[in-house]
Design a protein around this ligand. Structure first.
Ligand code: KG4
Ligand code: ZN
Length: 372
């Protein structure tokens, strides 16, 4: 990404909206000097989902060493920083507060601007950051962005005018986020946590056409998403096929084997389970792709940006890269490390705001439901 710029501007990004404590140093919005992420997966794994109180406690433990590590890895000292960027929403309020409070203290003591960033805007900038690092053609705007993670599923149009970006939300989930559906189905089938990565690796071993799922009927905005129906359909299938015994066997075995290798899963899953997993993934991916393409068509965009944890999904990447000629356009994904939550995307999103002197007072609140 090329900005009308100032050079050598190092921004420290801090992200703590969900279950990852992250810090990163990015120079001029395009050079990634460091990106450190402390994952809490092991803490939440026994519960099969994120426990908000535990998340806040882990952020408190991690924030100081993680920021320190990001500075060391970037070869930077606090004095080299020109601004502190921090996620102020949306997310879990207790988690957000840890990063935000620490960022405020740093900005105050260093007397540099505090730049609050919307987490969703951050996910989009993960792509712009990496495209800025690669030399070549710039991403063309307007772009259709699909942000798809454990907490969010939405499409939006991103427009750019110089250093300013403007977003219009086109569709969002009415109930579960797509990543949440992956996690809940994995929990139901005793495949461990988080569900997305393991379902992604198991799906090629099953037949994606074996189980039919009816696409959700959505009244009102046809660009909205809904993933709670497919989760219930999986539950019904499990009951109808009497799969409980096999699932219980896996659940019991997983207690002593929390991060099992793929071979273990393949031994522990029968054909019905593999077919079900493959069919579930195909249905969710098809839904994400078709609604994004419909949104792109309606708004005459020039490129597609897909970001968020679920953007790691191999089938999703393949399907977007092989759109039929009538819908084909340049598609951009972040590398897997910058698809999931990280602070580099927050520092990158803050750079154009820095250039426009957009900073906040120390009274900026954490906003769990912050809209874009
Ligand atoms: O962006 P992220 O790290 O955190 C949120 O903001 O939610 O996304 C985490 C989500 C989880 O639900 C996880 O299951 C999902 O992303 N995920 C995947 C894959 N890798 C992570 N879903 C499908 N396929 C994957 N390969
Ligand atoms: Zn996220």
């Amino acid at each position: 990404m090329h900005y009308n710029s100032d050079v050598g501007v190092r921004i420290l990004g801090i992200e703590s909206s969900c279950d990852e404590t992250a810090a990163a140093v990015v120079e001029d919005g395009a050079r990634l000097l460091s990106s450190v992420v402390a994952s809490q997966v092991a803490t939440h794994r026994p519960y099969g989902g994120i426990v908000p109180e535990l998340a806040s406690r882990e952020h408190l433990r991690a924030i100081v060493p993680i920021v320190g590590q990001a500075l060391v890895e970037a070869g930077s000292s606090l004095r080299d920083l020109r601004a502190i960027a921090v996620t102020h929403g949306p997310g879990l309020v207790g988690s957000l507060l840890v990063g935000l409070t620490y960022a405020k203290a740093l900005a105050l003591s260093l007397r540099i601007p505090l730049i609050p960033v919307n987490h969703l805007e951050g996910h989009i900038h993960a792509v712009l950051l990496e495209e800025g690092t690669r030399q070549g053609a710039e991403i063309e705007f307007p772009a259709l962005a699909l942000v798809v993670s454990g907490g969010h599923t939405m499409t939006l149009v991103a427009r750019r005018s110089g250093n300013r970006f403007q977003y219009t939300v086109l569709g969002k989930t009415r109930d579960d986020a797509a990543g949440e559906a992956f996690d809940k189905v994995a929990k139901l089938l005793a495949l461990g946590y988080p569900g997305g990565p393991i379902i992604d690796r198991l799906a090629p071993h099953g037949d994606a056409a074996a189980v039919r799922f009816t696409p959700p009927k959505i009244k009102g905005n046809p660009l909205d998403f809904s993933f709670s129906g497919i989760k219930t359909a999986v539950l019904r299938y499990v009951q109808a096929q009497a799969m409980a015994e096999e699932i219980e066997r896996r659940r019991e075995a997983l207690r002593t084997q929390p991060a099992a290798p793929l071979e273990w899963y393949l031994r522990m899953c029968d054909r019905r389970t593999l077919d079900l997993v493959a069919s579930f993934q195909a249905a969710v991916v098809e839904d994400l792709v078709s609604r994004s393409v419909a949104a792109a068509r309606q708004h005459d965009v020039r490129s597609l940006i897909v970001s968020g944890g679920v953007a790691c999904n191999s089938l999703l990447r393949r399907r977007f890269r092989r759109l039929p000629p009538a819908d084909a356009m340049p598609v951009y994904f972040p590398s897997p490390a910058l698809s999931t939550d990280n602070a580099a995307m927050i520092a990158a999103a803050a750079y154009p705001k820095y250039l426009e002197n957009e900073s906040a007072g120390l009274d900026v609140p954490a906003d769990a439901g912050l809209a874009l």
